[in-house]
Design a protein around this ligand. Structure first.
Ligand code: MV4
Length: 499
């Protein structure tokens, strides 16, 4: 067992801060790395030490494995936490870190490698009786044979790239007449995007739900699951809303899915925090899709309903400690919802909207968690993901968590950039979301820009006029501003606050 005294966080933004907070609680010194675009970023200010690793493009900074390892050696760093994205699922990086005698807060390079290939992952779990979508177990080499298999499975089928992920390199084939054309496209796409043209076939499950299971494994062979996250509200494979638990799982299905996820992790000798992705059809049958070998963006909803700090567990696991949590210790308490706040314009096809956060006031109060990396006045760099914040609410029930989310969205004040907050509000208010009866088609099925409730853009002059009229009607107003209610449509809070 190795005690980690100093941790380098090979990431930026909200996730770098989130990891550093836990490290600090554990008495661990933190080292930030940053690019020239992030000199004044919060993760840089929060860390005990911070080192610039290069120019703004991530290929020249946050992805520079060699530079990052040099920083570790120079500053006597014991361990690296990669966060998500960047180098988090790069097996060569994990291997290089290990070779330098530095701990990687994450799984082994071997696990990352196996799960990085969908076909290798399928092969690894083959002996574990994990439900999988009917399809080919290996890469297509013979087209005529593949057509025979597709006919047996039944159209529509899906061609997937083995090296793909997050929806990249997928092609739906509706009938045999389209097979060759789509196969040509899939192979050339996979070859140019991943440098690996291997593709395989699966039965196409129409409008599935996306449900994933959080797992934790230690280096002694103990593996537990921390229940599911429902991530079906997506836009072009970008998750928008996540929640835990899922509104549709029964205790029996939850248990079966949890056990399947633990088996998937066991099949690749997994340790660290990981996520096993399933799709669920309308009969609540579930199928293993892939495993993500990192801490995920949406991990907070699991933390809220289990009370487990996943980053703390990851650090203990990297130190070689056996898991202190047993499966039977865990139970779901309450309900958590997360929305991702992006600097994108939902009224304009979600075009990234870069700029400065002229106003940036976070919601607060009971059951509200904001994981972000910005403060008022900061610019959102163009070089990275435009996510401003993750807004998480927690309540006793799903209904309560949703009500808190609507309240929190209405309290959130952001100006200077357009954000996805109005879109998130649309989701929270939608009957299909409220009822729990939705799938991965939710956004394309229900959302059009005219569904956005306009932000109340009452100017100060208009407010002054309303206030003056009120004063005329009420001869002796209380001087306490809180007693003055200014009527506006939509969110009244922002207006009242000015009055
Ligand atoms: C599927 C599928 C239907 N049938 N596989 C998309 C991302 C990648 N993780 C797997 N994906 C899918 N695989 C079969 N056999 C539908 C999807 C899919 C999807 C999955 C999860 C969340 C959102 C999605 C949106 C469109 C398609």
């Amino acid at each position: 067992m190795t005690k980690i005294n100093k941790l380098l966080i090979a990431n930026r933004g909200e996730i770098a801060l989130r990891i550093m907070r836990t490290a600090r609680e554990m008495g661990i010194q933190t080292v930030a790395i940053y690019s020239e675009a992030d000199r004044n970023a919060l993760h840089v200010r929060y860390a005990d030490e911070a080192v610039c690793v290069g120019p703004p493009p991530s290929t020249e900074s946050y992805l520079r494995a060699d530079v990052i390892i040099d920083v570790c050696k120079r500053l006597n760093v014991d361990a690296i936490h990669p966060g998500y994205g960047f180098l988090s699922e790069n097996a060569s990086f994990a291997r290089a870190v290990r070779q330098e005698g530095i701990l990687f807060v994450g799984p082994s390079p071997e696990s990352i490698e196996v799960m990085g290939s969908k076909l290798a992952a399928k092969a690894a779990v083959a002996n574990y009786n994990i439900p999988m979508v009917p399809g080919t177990p290996s890469a297509i080499t013979d087209r005529e044979e593949a057509k025979v298999i597709s006919a047996q499975i039944g159209y529509p089928i899906l061609i997937k790239a083995s090296a793909g992920g997050g929806g990249k390199g997928m092609r739906v084939v509706e009938n045999e007449a389209d097979f060759d054309e789509q196969m040509d496209r899939a192979v050339s796409e996979a070859q140019s995007a991943f440098g690996d043209g291997s593709v395989f076939i699966e039965k196409y499950v129409t409008s599935p739900r996306h449900v994933e299971i959080q797992v934790l494994g230690d280096q002694h062979g103990n593996i537990i699951h921390l229940f599911e996250r429902e991530c079906s509200v997506q836009r072009r494979h970008q998750k928008v809303v996540e929640e835990a638990p899922s509104a549709i799982l029964t205790p029996e299905i939850r248990d079966a899915m949890g056990r399947a996820a633990v088996d998937v992790a066991r099949a690749c000798g997994y340790y660290g925090a990981g996520t096993v992705e399933f799709i669920v059809n309308d009969k609540l049958e579930f199928y293993f899709l892939e495993m993500n070998t990192r801490l995920q963006v949406e991990h907070p909803v699991t933390e809220q309903i289990t009370g487990v700090d996943l980053v703390k567990q990851m650090i203990y696991i990297a130190e070689g400690k056996p898991l202190s949590i047993k499966q039977d210790d865990l139970q779901i308490k309450g309900h958590a919802v997360e929305v991702r706040v992006y600097a994108e314009d939902p009224a304009n096809n979600f075009l990234p909207d870069v700029g400065t956060l002229d106003t940036y006031i976070r919601p607060q109060g009971n059951g509200v968690r904001v994981d972000d990396g910005f403060e008022q006045g900061m610019a959102i760099p163009i070089y990275y993901d435009p996510m401003i914040a993750k807004l998480i609410t927690y309540g006793d029930s799903r209904e309560e968590a949703i009500q808190k989310m609507i309240r929190a969205i209405d309290e959130y004040q952001i100006s200077g950039v357009q954000t996805t907050l109005p879109f998130c509000r649309f989701v929270m208010e939608h009957d299909a979301f409220r009822s729990g009866q939705f799938d991965t088609g939710f956004v394309s099925k229900y959302f059009t820009p005219d569904k956005l409730t306009p932000e109340p853009d009452t100017t100060e002059a208009e407010l002054a006029a309303v206030l003056a009229a009120w004063l005329m009607e009420n001869q002796q107003p209380k001087t306490n501003g809180a007693a003055i209610q200014v009527a506006t449509k939509g969110s009244k809070w922002k207006a009242n606050r000015m009055g």
